[in-house]
Design a protein around this ligand. Sequence first.
Ligand SMILES: NC(=O)C1=CN([C@@H]2O[C@H](COP(=O)(O)OP(=O)(O)OC[C@H]3O[C@@H](n4cnc5c(N)ncnc54)[C@H](OP(=O)(O)O)[C@@H]3O)[C@@H](O)[C@H]2O)C=CC1
Ligand SMILES: O=C(O)C1=N[C@H](C(=O)O)C[C@H](O)C1
Length: 266
Amino acid sequence: MNKIKIVIAGARGRMGKEAVYLTGRTEHFDLVGVLDHKHEGKKLSDLDGFTGYDVPIYTDIEKCFQTEKPDVLIDLTTPEFGYYHAKTALSYGVRPVVGTTGFTKENLQELEDLCEEMNRGCIIAPNFALGAVLMMKFSQIAAKYYQDVEIMEMHHDQKLDAPSGTAIKTAELMAEVRQAKNQGHPDEKETIPGARGADFDGMRIHSTRLPGLIAHQQVLFGAEGESLTIRHDSYNRVSFMSGVKLAVEEVLKVNVLVYGLENIME
Ligand SMILES: NC(=O)C1=CN([C@@H]2O[C@H](COP(=O)(O)OP(=O)(O)OC[C@H]3O[C@@H](n4cnc5c(N)ncnc54)[C@H](OP(=O)(O)O)[C@@H]3O)[C@@H](O)[C@H]2O)C=CC1
Ligand SMILES: O=C(O)C1=N[C@H](C(=O)O)C[C@H](O)C1
């Protein structure tokens, strides 16, 4: 099997570092470079924690793609840069695997169009943890039967976007099947703005940020005399790596935008 040539954007970050280690332990993955906004001219192995990863650091994405000609870009940066990186990758025929969250609907539409134009695949996964994908799918099943639902997502306090990409994706999946309802009392009033959380199609999303947390979500359904809780917890970032591996392998087989790992899990 030919090795898959990979560039990682955000390699120094919490997720990026784990993705670098994933390439190191996966026989058919070949990390050929990393994209950063610092450390131009250095090697990744010059930085703490990356002994043995003797690949160049690029701050210029075009130079990176022209020189290294990767098959796949893994992006784990910020919404603004992730979107720009994914667009540039597609324009070079490089297939993006994007874990970065916070993309707008317009961003997704543009990437979908670009995939079609370039006849290249792109996978955007709001959550790479397989259990989290199951939590979202189980919630979608439950939402067919329970109209009353609220999402509680809990993350570390270094997270930039709220609500989380996972919470938004969960709400989107549930909205496809749930009988529409505005959650709570019709006359309810917030005495402190924001108390009832974000409103997605009448469903409320509550975002908690605390040190010590990694990534957690519970979806709470209620009905007369009962409740159902569907919960997933990531206790470390290795939990996301089997999904990253799957996405890198699968993005080579598709020529469209895939939004959500549930679309490629057998
Ligand atoms: N899909 C999933 O399963 C998961 C997705 N995420 C998402 O992944 C993203 C990254 O999360 P996390 O690793 O925790 O964040 P970090 O802040 O730890 O990592 C982001 C990295 O990107 C770097 N960076 C910033 N701007 C650029 C740029 N222009 N080019 C290249 N690198 C850049 C940062 O450098 P510096 O710090 O120097 O600015 C940092 O090293 C977030 O959007 C998060 O929501 C996170 C976990 C799981
Ligand atoms: O920033 C994080 O940490 C995470 N981000 C993703 C999200 O926004 O859902 C995935 C996971 O929850 C961790």
